[in-house]
Design a protein around this ligand. Structure first.
Ligand code: B4P
Length: 190
């Protein structure tokens, strides 16, 4: 099984590249952001709680997100692995992901970290806000999402570096060219 984490700041292209990777390598694409947005759209209890955090640019509590992932790891069949997109986002989530995978005789194969300058991140997200109207793509919320990324998510870089699993990918420029850099790293794993 090939279990990949696509990692990066908000707007770094995780969702964009994640979809392409999952398709090419027959991986289950697990985007916690997408899963949470679905819950919000369906007005479930979980969705109502999640919306309180997402609309302010904060992280949804670890227990909620970990619960969603645990269920998926146990029940998914017919794929060659998982592509985790936007998860883990805290060291606690990283530790729990390792545990849940281990319980199912799996582990993380590689973490792909998309590196993009902050000004470009802000521009991309503001642009998506105009095009898609996502509630969290406005300047104020983007600023808190970037703060949250630096304070709560970036420590995972050290966590995965210590495990020797981190590969940094230049995340600016043409989407297909970025994907080719990812394919080089991925093909080396096979
Ligand atoms: P996400 O859905 O993960 O949102 P994101 O960080 O903005 O990344 P996304 O994948 O959507 O965007 P991408 O970079 O691909 O999370 C949303 C919220 O949910 C979080 O803020 C948090 O509150 C909550 N949440 C999610 N997971 C959680 C967790 N594990 N724990 C707790 N809370 C959690 O793309 C951005 C834009 O750039 C797009 O418009 C795209 O078209 C464009 N783009 C991509 N690549 C480009 C390129 N090379 N050049 C130019 N533009 C590009």
């Amino acid at each position: 099984m090939l279990n990949i984490v696509i990692f990066g700041a908000p707007g770094s292209g995780k969702g964009t590249q994640g979809g392409m990777i999952a398709k090419r390598y027959n991986l289950q694409h697990v985007s916690t952001g997408e899963l949470l947005r679905k819950e919000i759209k369906n007005a479930t209890e979980l969705g109502k709680t999640a919306n309180e955090y997402i609309s302010k640019g904060q992280l949804v509590p670890d227990t909620i997100v970990i619960g969603m992932i645990e269920e998926l790891i146990k029940t998914t069949t017919g794929v060659d692995g998982f592509l985790f997109d936007g998860f883990p986002r805290t060291v606690t989530q990283g530790v729990e992901l390792d545990k849940k995978l281990e319980e199912n005789n799996m582990s993380i194969s590689k973490v792909l970290c998309l590196d993009v300058e902050e000004n470009e991140l802000i521009e991309r997200l503001l642009n998506r806000g105009k095009l898609e109207g996502r509630a969290d793509d406005n300047r104020e919320t983007i600023e808190s999402r970037l703060d949250v990324y630096h304070n709560q998510t970036q420590p995972l870089i050290d966590f995965y570096n210590k495990q020797g699993k981190m590969s940094v990918i230049e995340g600016s420029g043409d989407i297909n060219a970025i994907f080719q850099s990812i394919v080089e790293v991925m093909d080396n794993l096979l």
